[in-house]
Design a protein around this ligand. Structure first.
Ligand code: ACM
Length: 635
């Protein structure tokens, strides 16, 4: 009998180490490097002794574990520095295991003991995150949950990340998110082993960080007028409308956030976006502009102020700092000095994106600068600015990073590039020997809609979950060593609250997390989506919002000769049945099932669809006006 079970265990372990984890019921995201599952289980005791060395860097890991195990399971957790009989042991390797590096771990779950080993505390933290994903989803509840058998399947896991830079960008400038909300955002991202929070701290709609030597940045620049509706189309605020919407982080707040992130092994990358996107700073200090009349400007509240129609965006009000003005560099030196002191991370991101040049073209000061510095184009003017800024950043002991526009007109000597307009900028920078982080719109823009625009808050593009999952940070043609990693970006023009920020981030954040942690060859869309569905139960338990958009079909239509529509529905998720109606009623599984492109009846106005798995409705009811589909067909 013993022999038989041993044989069975070996068989399962062998079987599962080839990536068939879904069949084992494990749904770990990001997928670990190596997993072997065994037949038995560990049952969480009511009284848990955790042995963890007394090293101070372990304190945040043990307190995280203690909080999790004592909250939903209600266990009594005792942390001891020496307790050989402990049921959970967190061990820092005495001799470094080079395979798992600084963030990897080994997790061994046996019927009577759980052991996590790592070279550094970060690895133990990630081992704990994997352990949480092996517990029932109710572990994510913020309250005591009874009637759950708190078991962990026996496993041997070896795991380590593919990239050191696994980021999420959170735009706290377009809409201000409180310190508590940023902490909640961090809490969610670390579950998927993301380790970098890029805070977009300044923009046309607000300046969000206290700079003590420049108090007007926040006394003037941190608030605008609250508007509700479609951002970018609002009526210009009247002079008497209260400018009370927004806020900023004091330097004490920033220190608290940095520490909170550090305790969860997250670095915070600050971004100060210049020379474009700088209206809030200009309103606070109009003398930083090249343009007369900037003293009449106001912080943008979502009223139109840029013309995006041509190949190059044009500013309607000049939201740029003036590269020809020495005071701008003095200003930036002050800003960067304080930012560098507040954020221990080695890089400062100085923006550089979408800088309109139309006011510079008109400026006598810029014309004089171009003659003096022999600058031929406005791109070279920006490059002149960026190179001076790089020197300022480096003089504070930090590395300079910017969006890929900083390549135009000539990249500074040691600048790191964040590639967002596709991966081309990243390829170009890497070919020049520069460090690169990939965050292309094509795969990693979380502000994009997640399914058809009829279902989503409207923005100009769509990024489906399956497409986000295709994210591959290393292009074939470059030296992989220069690609530090990748990140997803959540811009918040259309994101007015944390619930919506969560909706936009999840599940696509998981797709990006797996793309930057897991071995490339272990990625598999169908398998991944099965895991995502299991993770949805965890989000439900944690009461964190996520988008169900992956269940929405995509719609395409052509016009028949009689002008009716022939409509094709495509699901990115396999194994779903789609039912539809044209008669304005609400379909269910007793309605026609979609099997091939469907012809809309002549006078029909609306197509409604819903997806099922078996007998269970799984997607939301989608209502597609036929006029909308018709309008998408090119004339
Ligand atoms: C960007 O999305 N403007 C970097």
């Amino acid at each position: 009998m013993k022999k038989l079970s041993l044989l069975l265990c070996c068989y399962m372990a062998h079987f599962l180490s080839f990536g068939q984890v879904a069949q084992s019921g494990l749904s770990i995201i990001p997928e670990p490097v190596k997993v072997a599952r065994f037949a038995s289980q560990f049952l969480l005791p009511k009284n848990i002794i955790v042995e963890a060395g007394a090293q101070s860097e372990l304190a945040s890991v043990t307190s995280y574990l203690k909080k999790k195990l004592s909250t939903a399971p209600g266990s009594l957790v005792n942390i001891k520095s020496v307790a050989p009989t402990a049921s959970i042991r967190l061990i820092l390797n005495k001799t470094t295991d080079p395979l798992i590096g600084t963030e990897g771990y080994n997790l061994s779950v046996k019927a009577k003991k759980i052991v996590i080993r790592a070279n550094e505390a970060a690895g133990l933290f990630y081992g704990v995150q994997t352990l949480m994903q092996l517990l029932p989803s109710e572990i994510e509840s913020a309250e005591l949950v009874s009637n759950v058998k708190w078991t962990v399947p026996c496993v041997e896991i070896t795991d380590y990340p593919r990239f050191g830079w696994r980021g999420l960008m959170f735009d706290v400038a377009r809409h201000f998110f409180t310190k508590a909300e940023v902490k909640q955002y961090i809490d969610a991202m670390v579950k998927y082993k993301l380790n970098l929070l890029h805070l977009h701290l300044t923009d046309d709609e607000g300046w969000r960080i206290e700079i003590k030597s420049l108090p007007k940045l926040t006394s003037v620049g941190a608030h605008n007028v609250k508007k509700v509706g479609q951002f970018g189309t609002f009526t210009p605020p009247a002079a008497d409308e209260p400018r009370t919407y927004g806020g900023y982080y004091t330097q004490e707040d920033i220190k608290e956030l940095v520490q909170y992130a550090k305790d969860r092994f997250v670095n915070i990358l600050p971004e100060i976006d210049v020379p474009g996107h700088s209206l809030a700073a200009i309103v606070a200090y109009p003398e930083l502009s090249c343009t007369q009349g900037a003293d009449k400007y106001v912080v943008n509240s979502g009223e139109p102020f840029m013309d995006w129609s041509g190949p190059h965006n044009k500013a309607i009000v000049d939201n740029t700092l003036c590269p020809a003005n020495e005071n701008v560099y003095t200003f930036l030196d002050k800003v960067v000095t304080e930012v560098a002191q507040l954020f221990p991370f080695g890089y400062i991101h100085m923006g550089g994106d979408e800088c309109a040049k139309n006011f510079w073209e008109q400026s006598d000061a810029i014309k004089a600068l171009m003659i003096k510095e022999n600058l031929k184009t406005q791109q070279e003017v920006q490059s002149y600015f960026e190179k001076r800024l790089e020197k300022i950043v480096e003089s504070k002991g930090k590395k300079f990073m910017g969006w890929d526009e900083i390549i135009e007109g000539g990249l500074g000597p040691d600048a790191a590039v964040m590639s967002w307009r596709g991966i081309q900028g990243g390829i170009e920078a890497a070919k020049l020997g520069h460090e690169v982080v990939m965050s292309p719109t094509t795969f990693a823009y979380l502000d994009y809609m997640q399914s058809d625009r009829v279902n989503e808050t409207h923005i100009y593009a769509t990024l489906r979950l399956s497409k986000a999952y295709e994210f591959e940070p290393v292009p074939d043609s470059v030296d992989a060593k220069l690609i530090k990693g990748g990140q997803a970006n959540l811009w918040t023009e259309q994101v007015y609250n944390l619930r919506q920020a969560e909706y936009m981030t999840w599940p696509r954040g998981m797709a990006i997390a797996e793309s930057v942690w897991s071995p490339k060859e272990k990625k598999n869309w169908n398998y991944f989506f099965g895991k995502v569905e299991k993770q949805f139960n965890r989000f439900d338990a944690a009461e964190i919002k996520y988008a169900p958009s992956a269940y929405d079909p995509s719609f395409t239509a052509i016009r028949n000769t009689d002008n009716t529509l022939k409509i094709t529905l495509t699901n990115e998720v396999e194994g779903l049945d789609t039912y539809y109606s044209f008669d304005n009623s609400f379909p269910d599984r007793f309605y026609p099932k979609y099997t091939e492109p469907i012809d809309a009846p002549k006078d029909a106005t609306t197509l409604r669809v819903i997806t099922y798995r078996g007998k269970k409705p799984i997607g939301r009811m989608v209502t597609m006006p036929l006029a909308e589909l018709d309008s998408r067909i090119k004339k």
